[in-house]
Design a protein. Sequence first.
Length: 210
Amino acid sequence: MKRLFQFSAAFLIGAALFSGCEPVEAEENFVEVIGEFEQPSPESGYRLNLSYNGPMTKRDGFAKWVDSVQQQVPSMVKLSENIYVNYLPEEMNRRPGRNDMHTSISYLLTASDSTLYNRLVKDLLKTDLPFSINVMGTYIDPARKTKLQQEMMEKAVENAKQKIEHLSGDNQTYKIVSIEELDNVTPYGPEYYDINRRMVSRVKVKARLN
């Protein structure tokens, strides 16, 4: 009985060792790489933050100008408006007048191309309104952006295939078993500082070596 128990224990240990080695051997038949492709962004529009920060007496003039812009850019939306009293601390003992009232208004809009952006700037420079325009990034039409992303992903997969072929050797074939799209945030670096003017596609590709 004791000998039978020892044999059973040895058999179980051997089976466990064999089963533990098998996934490692199977895993050695796989290779996983990152495929990448990047290119300059195509000519595109701008996401703009347009702000007015000045006296209430000129608010109506700015609002009238905004109404004319919204006819050209219907998607323009107001983000915020703040009204405040702007006078010196030593003047706190007097009642604030209309000239002391100021407002800060902020709008978000998309200029579909540089022509519209330049026209907005020229129009504002012709006025006496205190304003600021901040370029927050680029804008690409959603349908066009989707097409570009698909094309770039295909090229990223081709880049991954080249890496797999290099790693597997000339005489070995392979079969792709999974493709995973990775974060495509533009990397940091001097060549990327120009308002995200580059697009990046990255994929993780796993293949079984035959």
